[in-house]
Design a protein around this ligand. Structure first.
Ligand code: MCN
Ligand code: CUM
Length: 808
């Protein structure tokens, strides 16, 4: 048989890996056809709303619901007392702690859930919230973790024994009633010895402020308990729907097969939707109590005040080096403010996430990390926000320490990085704090980045600008922000990583239809990352059917195979690998079918783009479409009918994407306004599945990095009031603030991933925050700046200039 199109055309038709295929989901999203939680409307559905605490710390003396219940349209008002008989007034957190679902005797942060009002519509519910009378007795508020560890005020009375002793927490002994855990990695004594005897030592303290992912769609759920068939259906903003099903079953006692959890379209997650919130539990209980569906959707203020925050890390570092700039040791201590309940979303064995990647991209012989988790009167949550489990903190820490060391050594910070990079031939590289980096070529990426921006030229220009400033010819200073990051994504080997005991594998199930199209279901869930587009591309290349004819489904636990969900940029490293492996199973069966049809031995056919050909005789072939049909209409000896496969993939290691970023900034010292002149981002995420989607991820992550570095903050006053709970106060960048990003790449495949791909979703944020911050700090370096804390908003930048005497 002669082919009508060329091989290149056949490859192009597949729209497989490497192709900038347009996002298939966007036709729906851009035409108002998305289906989000709040779009779900069920017959007879009721609406829930929370009474929340105005105080950050108070005893709840009484709750009077009479007036609220008397309001027409109010169906129920739930308090902790109602949940207690069901043992649902508290719930387990992902970090091994427990959290009040509704205030049980006291409140511990402003905005904490106190009562749940259920009414015929959202407006009545909101009115009734105002009618619930709560009698509070204010208690002393602690918002400073250092003070918390010194205070006589016990925040979590439930965690102190009657004799006053302090029982162990989920992560071992606790030093104080307000202490959560101590977590250590590396060798402290050996590190101290090296640092004490070093030629050069730089020390610095830095605060990575509290912030919030703030997805445009807030969190919400709709619960529907069908009492006739005993089935609970829960729609919600879940980044890990299967885990929610298991937890819901364990908590409620409803058998797991009777629970269906669905994540419909999600309007941005960014980590905010990993945690389990009281609203989810209350909507379930309310549906069980009332017998009709109950919806709960939070508003913007509720989202910013009470759901998963990010960061809030006080970091203290010491780094030592030789006079020539070779780093010899690194010591890091963190005081981690986890708020009122430890509800961080980390793999169980890692209470401070992967903070122990804080040796960064550098070959550091000895290191130590100690983290102390502390309770305060702030919202619980933690970790989330494009972070890869605290990797933003780790990279910010090391990239600031490098800059400070460069000042100490009076050396160029780009050169200092070069001197210390882990070298290409050292991979796989075992870092001092335990991780095995899979692959990397840092120097090549760095050289490419520095060349692209003409780094030398920029430094010369900066030096001239400093002189001009000193001569009084300009009021603008120039900063060159550098960052080189190594990410750790793809949790992760089941032997190391679990969430609530569930090993962190992931899954893909493929069903090929007789006409050669397919549906594939995965254990992950897109929140905007474009999985429907990109997973189909992996499968297209692996099984030889066009991506256009492969439907991707995620998020419905009744149909998708069990998976651990989407966060920590794990979808590509784990579910992407499962997709490739399932695709290969399809291919293996297809090979047998092809051989049968072509009347040759199995080993005499080979895969070629979209078909199996007889080796050495390319005119003899069967396309995957033909093979799919044969799988259903031919009786093939020794083979079952049909063409399906499933893979549960336990990755042998995580993947370690990396990148080199440069930001050039001009700062007006009189207004404190930074102007980003240039931003160059080189990312290496191994094999690239869809370059356009990758670029979109990078633009998004960089913009969120800009936000965090230059102004975004969840700030509290001493009374524990949240000062930034609206978008008037909480900085979300718009097109106005966002510069033009130049993206670039190198490709260093992961050696253990079936298609060599690493994750990328969180990389730009992880590398971006230190890059923007370093740009601000570098602008002031020639005037004596060493370190100033983020967020670098206009006021703080102005203050920096002022403190350096630049307004005199
Ligand atoms: N990709 C690719 N080639 C690679 C790696 C990734 O083409 N080598 C593509 C993937 O196919 C996928 C996207 O890039 O379409 C992101 O993949 P990956 O890095 O595996 O990350 P996840 O899909 O697991 O997404 C999670 C990550 C996280 S943890 C946060 S936080 C974040 C982020 O994604 N939240 C987002 N990006 C987001 N983007 C949007 N629009 N919305 C969010 O909530
Ligand atoms: Cu850490 S934010 Mo993402 O992992 O969902």
């Amino acid at each position: 048989m002669k082919d009508e199109i060329t091989r290149d055309e056949r490859v192009a038709n597949l729209k497989g890996m490497g192709c900038s295929r347009k996002r298939v989901e966007d036709a729906r999203f851009t035409q108002g056809k998305g289906n989000y939680v709040d779009d779900i409307k069920l017959p007879g559905m009721l609406h829930g709303d929370f009474v929340r605490s105005p105080y950050a710390h108070a005893r709840v003396k009484s709750i009077n619901i009479d007036a609220a219940m008397a309001l027409p349209g109010v169906v129920a008002v739930l308090t902790a007392k109602d949940l207690e008989p069901l043992n649902l007034h508290w719930m387990p957190t992902l970090a091994g702690d427990k959290q009040m679902v509704l205030a049980d005797g006291k409140v511990l942060f402003q905005g904490q859930e106190v009562a749940f009002v259920v009414a015929n519509d959202r407006y009545i519910a909101a009115d009734a919230v105002e009618l619930v009378e709560v009698d509070y007795e204010e208690l002393e508020v602690i918002v400073d973790p250092f003070k918390s560890l010194q205070s006589d005020v016990v925040l979590r009375e439930d965690l102190v024994a009657e004799d006053g002793s302090i029982p162990n927490g989920a992560h071992g002994p606790r030093k104080h009633p307000n202490h959560i855990f101590t977590w250590e990695a590396g060798e402290e004594e050996a590190t101290n010895q090296v640092i004490d005897n070093a030629e050069v030592v730089a020390t610095e303290e830095m605060y990575y402020h509290r912030t919030h992912p703030c997805p445009l769609e807030t969190c919400g759920s709709v619960a529907s308990m069908d009492k006739v068939n005993g089935k609970l259906t829960l729609w919600g903003t879940f980044q890990a729907p299967h885990v929610v099903r298991t937890v819901a079953s364990l908590l409620s006692g409803i058998e797991e097969h009777n629970i269906r959890v669905v994540s419909p379209d999600i309007g941005g997650g960014f980590g905010n939707k990993v945690g389990v919130y009281p609203g989810y539990v209350c909507s379930i209980v309310a549906s069980i109590v009332t017998g009709v569906p109950v919806k709960w959707v939070e508003d913007r203020m509720e989202n910013l005040m009470s759901t998963a925050f990010a960061r809030d890390y006080w970091m203290k570092g010491k780094i030592s080096a030789t006079k020539e700039g070779k780093i010899t040791g690194l010591h890091c201590h963190v005081t981690a403010d986890h708020g009122a309940f430890d509800a961080c979303a980390d793999p169980t064995k890692f209470p401070a996430g992967f903070m122990n990647i804080c040796t960064g991209s550098y070959d550091i012989p000895v290191a130590y990390l100690g983290v102390d988790g502390v309770y305060t009167n702030k919202a619980p949550g933690g970790v989330s926000y494009r972070c890869s489990f605290r990797v933003t903190e780790a990279v910010y820490f090391i990239e600031r320490m490098i800059e400070v060391l460069a000042i100490e050594l009076n050396m160029d910070p780009a050169e200092l990085r070069s001197i210390n990079f882990i070298k290409k031939e050292q991979f796989p590289y075992t870092a001092a704090l335990g991780w095995e980096y899979d692959s990397g070529d840092y120097q090549t990426a760095w050289d490419k980045a520095l060349l692209a921006v003409d780094y030398k030229g920029l430094r010369a220009e900066q030096a001239e600008r400093v002189e001009a400033f000193k001569r009084g010819e300009t009021r603008k200073v120039m900063g060159i922000g550098l960052s080189f990051f190594t990410e750790i994504v793809g949790a992760g080997p089941v032997k190391n990583c679990d969430i609530l005991g569930m090993g962190m594998f992931d899954s893909c199930e493929i069903r090929i239809h007789p006409t050669g199209s397919a549906v594939a279901r995965l254990g992950t869930i897109s929140q905007g990352q474009g999985h429907a587009t990109t997973f189909a591309q992996i499968l297209a290349t692996e099984i030889g059917l066009s991506a256009e004819s492969i439907t991707i489904e995620e998020g419905d636990t009744d149909t998708a195979p069990y998976g651990l969900g989407t966060y920590g940029s794990r979808s590509t490293p784990v579910a992407g690998a499962a997709a490739a492996m399932a695709g290969r199973k399809i291919r293996a069966k297809a090979q047998m079918i092809a051989a049968y049809l072509l009347e040759v031995h199995d080993n005499d056919v080979e895969f070629d783009v979209d078909r199996f050909v007889v080796k050495g005789s390319p005119e003899q072939f069967k396309t995957m479409k033909e093979i799919a049909y044969a799988a259903y209409n031919q009786a093939i000896p020794g083979l079952e009918p049909g063409l399906e496969a499933v893979s549960y993939y336990d990755p042998p290691n995580m993947t370690y994407p990396f990148g080199a970023y440069v930001c050039v900034m001009d700062i007006d010292v009189d207004t404190g306004v930074p102007e980003i002149r240039r931003f160059y981002a080189l990312d290496d995420c191994g094999t690239r599945i869809n370059p356009m989607v990758i670029e979109g991820q990078i633009h998004g992550g960089l913009t969120e990095a800009l936000a965090v570095a230059l102004g975004q903050e969840i700030a509290y006053d001493d009374m524990g009031n949240v000062k930034t709970a609206t978008l008037m106060d909480f900085f979300l960048p718009t097109a106005w603030e966002v510069p033009n990003y130049e993206t670039d790449f190198t490709v260093t495949p992961s050696p253990h991933h079936p298609i060599g791909a690493k994750g990328v979703g969180e990389s730009p944020h992880v590398g971006g925050v230190p890059c923007f911050s370093n740009a601000v700090q570098d602008a002031f370096r020639p005037f004596g700046n060493r370190h100033t804390n983020m967020p670098h908003d206009h006021w703080r930048i102005w203050q920096t200039a002022n403190n350096l005497g630049m307004h005199d």
